[in-house]
Every structure is written in structure tokens, then in C-alpha cells.
Ligand binder design. Structure first.
Ligand code: SAH
Length: 392
């Protein structure tokens, strides 16, 4: 199919923004099949981009600005380039690390596609109908580029594809079928539940921030709120924490934390996990129980219209931590809401600090790691932000 843009609507594409909104389209020639490849032309009929067409406000997700075929060689080139970046930052081909994001959507010029690597398993997630249709080509390219390091490819898009497209997609293996579920992050072992776990099974994006936490852990009493698989908790243990308490409202998450703890520190009784609501736990805990607290909640704002309440939520949550943390304590606090900007998040934390009356200093400003690159022309891809604060 061929898409003709309205006059003047090619400007953002000339700056390599990877989305075309439906309002920019003048008309479409050819069969309109959702997820199909579209050649996009300017009002003057000049080629400008090729991408996946989809019904909705984002009408085209651009795969390339070159007039090239989207074939086996294309997928291989894109994945090879993605792998080179992960090699350069030291997360791929490392004996110490087998857990990383190979493809991060727009950040790797592949809008709608996420691929996480867990040991010998690649978990592929499509967020667009076009990527769903290409899943077998993508899987083939993963196999070619990764060679023997990847033996299993699990496709997990049940919850990420647009509901209205009615694809009836079920999760399943495109290659192999791995019973082995242990992957290594910075030398620590984690069970990854890609079948039932959240996202692709693990939050790869906190790797660097967990490493930083490890350096702050020695001799401290640590509370890891919203712990999920216990990533921060396991690093805290290795860093020499005195005690580590992990909290998550999901009982399944608590089982995962306990399993991961047993895998890395069998029989070590410095750790305890609690299946409880975070707000309740913070409300009930005694003042001064902890001198390091991690707050890594789920996205409070999934959409822009939820922004106001989300900011209030961040303030409320952080206020509890400021009120109760031991003097001289360290707070690692995060937001993974894309709709919340770095400045808005900082303002929400500022408000909490001011309400608590404590003196607070910013020690680190954190973000997503380099295997979650941000396309500079697509700032929407920047979602994870965090602050490390010292509370006097
Ligand atoms: N810090 C984790 C990722 C956190 S994901 C990591 O490094 O991997 C968010 C987690 O918050 C989920 O596991 C979810 O079960 C939990 N959660 C959501 N609402 C909660 C609440 N009100 N109280 C406690 N945990 C909650």
C-alpha cells in the first residue's frame, strides 16, 4: 500500500521521528490491511519512509527512511546493529551477564518490537500489528544473528497487541521450548518466568541501578518496596547488607524473591519477604527501622490523563519514606511512567521532601540503561527515572 501525506506533514519525518499520525495522511492507495507495510510519499510524490500501517492515531511506525526492501537482510542488519551496541556496553557475550535487552523499539529503529535475552532464551514481544505479522521473520533473524547462544525463542504478545485488531494471539515458543529458566545478571542468578511473569519476565532496565545500590548496601538495614523478583534485594545481600526486607502485594512475586534468594544465598537469614500492600506496610512500620529504602512502584500513570493523580501518588508514597527513614538514610526512588517527565517526577519528590520537613540532598540522578536506548528524535522513549537521595 502507498500512503500520501498532506502538504507540510513530512517535516517531523525529515527529522526522523518514527511515527506518522493519522491526521497527517492525505490518502491511501491499495488494499488497507492492518499491519501491512506501507510506502510513504510526500504531497509531491517523493519517497520519505516505509513502515507498518495500523488503525489508530499512530497510523505508521517507521522502519526505515531509506528506500530499501524489508526482507531477511533488513531484519538481520537491524538486529546485528542492536547486538553490536550491547557488546560495546559489555552486557552481551559476557560470562558474567546473560540478561539484557537486545531490541528496545524506537531506540533500535524497530518501533513496536522488544526483545529481551535471558541466557539461551530470547523473549520477543510485539506492540504493533505489523511486528506481530513479522514475528517469524524476526525470530529467524534472531537465530541467525545470535547463533548458538540462543536456543529458544518465546513469543509473548498476548497483552501487548492492540485488542481491537482481534489477532487472538497466544503466547508460545517460536523456536525450541526451554525448561531452563535461570539467567545471570552481573554474576547473580535469577529465575525468569517468561511464561507467567510481568513484561517479558524480568525488569532488565534496573540492572545499572541495582549495581549502584549494591555499593550503598554494606551494613545497612534495607527495605525493598515493590520488589517483584527481588532484583534489588539480591544485590543488597551481595553488597553486605545487615538485613534486607522485600515487600510486594503479589504472593507470586514473594515466591519468586524467595526462590532467587535461595539460588544465590542459600540459608542466609538476613533476608525476609512480605506479601503486603506497600502503602499499608509503610504506614505501619516503625520509624527508623531502615536506613536504606527502595521505592520502585509500577507505572502510576499509563496515560497523560492519569498524570495528576500519578504525581500525587508519587508524593504520597515518598512522603511516607521521608517520614520514617533513619537519619542519614538513603532513598532510591523511581518512576517508570512514560507520561511523567523527569522534572515532574522531581517536583513530586520535592513536594514530599518539603512536607516531611527533612533535609534532603540528591546524590544521583538515574535513568534507563544503555540497552534501552532513547532515539533522540523520539524523546517519548525515555521512561525510567530515579533519584538517590540522602535524608538527614
Ligand atoms: N523493583 C522490581 C520491579 C517492580 S514492578 C524489579 O527490580 O524487578 C512493580 C511491582 O509492584 C510488581 O511486582 C507489583 O506486584 C507490585 N505492586 C503493585 N502495586 C503494589 C502495592 N500497592 N503494594 C505493593 N506492591 C505492589
Amino acid at each position: 500500500m502507498t500512503i500520501y501525506l498532506k502538504r507540510g506533514k513530512d517535516e517531523s519525518l525529515r527529522r526522523f521521528h518514527p511515527w506518522i499520525f493519522s491526521g497527517a495522511i492525505h490518502h491511501i492507495d491499495g488494499a488497507q490491511e492492518e499491519g501491512a507495510l506501507a510506502r510513504v510519499l510526500t504531497a509531491d510524490g517523493d519517497y520519505i519512509a516505509t513502515g507498518h500501517w495500523q488503525i489508530g492515531s499512530i497510523a505508521v511506525r517507521v522502519l526505515t527512511f531509506e528506500d530499501e526492501a524489508i526482507d531477511e537482510a533488513f531484519w538481520q542488519r537491524r538486529l546485528q546493529a542492536a547486538l553490536e551496541v550491547r557488546r560495546a556496553i559489555g552486557v552481551a557475550d559476557s560470562p558474567n551477564n546473560s540478561t539484557y535487552r537486545l531490541v528496545h523499539g524506537e531506540g533500535d529503529h524497530l518501533p513496536g518490537l522488544v526483545i529481551d535475552i535471558y541466557g539461551a532464551t530470547a523473549v520477543v514481544q510485539a506492540h504493533s500489528v505489523g511486528m506481530h505479522r513479522c514475528r517469524n521473520e524476526v525470530a529467524q533473524a534472531v537465530k541467525t544473528v545470535m547463533g548458538d547462544t540462543v536456543q529458544h525463542i518465546f513469543y509473548k504478545s498476548e497483552t501487548t497487541l492492540p485488542f481491537k485488531a482481534e489477532l487472538g494471539q497466544e503466547n508460545g515458543f517460536l523456536l525450541g521450548g526451554s525448561p531452563d529458566d535461570v539467567a545471570i545478571e552481573n554474576g547473580l542468578k535469577f529465575h525468569i518466568d517468561w511464561l507467567r511473569g510481568q513484561k517479558t519476565g524480568f525488569f532488565v532496565d534496573q540492572r545499572d541501578n541495582r549495581s549502584l545500590l549494591e555499593h550503598y548496601s554494606k551494613g545497612r538495614d534495607i527495605l525493598n518496596m515493590f520488589c517483584y523478583t527481588g532484583g534489588f534485594s539480591v544485590y543488597a545481600m551481595r553488597g553486605g547488607a545487615r538485613t534486607v526486607h522485600s515487600v510486594d502485594s503479589s504472593a507470586k512475586a514473594i515466591d519468586l524473591v524467595n526462590d532467587n534468594m535461595e539460588l544465590n544465598f542459600p540459608g542466609d537469614n538476613r533476608h525476609k519477604a512480605y506479601a503486603e500492600d506497600a502503602f499499608r506496610f509503610l504506614q505501619q512500620m516503625e520509624e527508623g527501622s531502615y536506613d536504606l529504602i527502595i521505592l520502585d512502584p509500577p507505572a502510576f500513570a499509563k496515560h497523560k490523563d492519569a498524570l495528576h493523580n500519578a504525581l500525587k501518588g508519587y508524593t504520597r508514597l515518598n512522603l511516607r519514606a521521608f517520614e520514617k527513614i533513619r537519619p542519614g538514610g538513603i532513598l532510591f526512588t523511581f518512576s517508570c511512567s512514560q507520561a511523567v517527565s523527569k522534572d515532574q517526577f522531581r517536583m513530586a519528590i520535592f513536594t514530599a521532601a518539603a512536607q516531611s520537613g527533612r533535609r534532603v540532598r540528591i546524590l544521583h540522578q538515574l535513568h534507563q540503561p544503555a540497552d534501552h536506548p532513547v532515539n533522540i528524535y523520539h524523546p517519548e522513549g525515555e521512561y525510567l527515572k530515579g533519584l538517590v537521595l540522602q535524608v538527614e
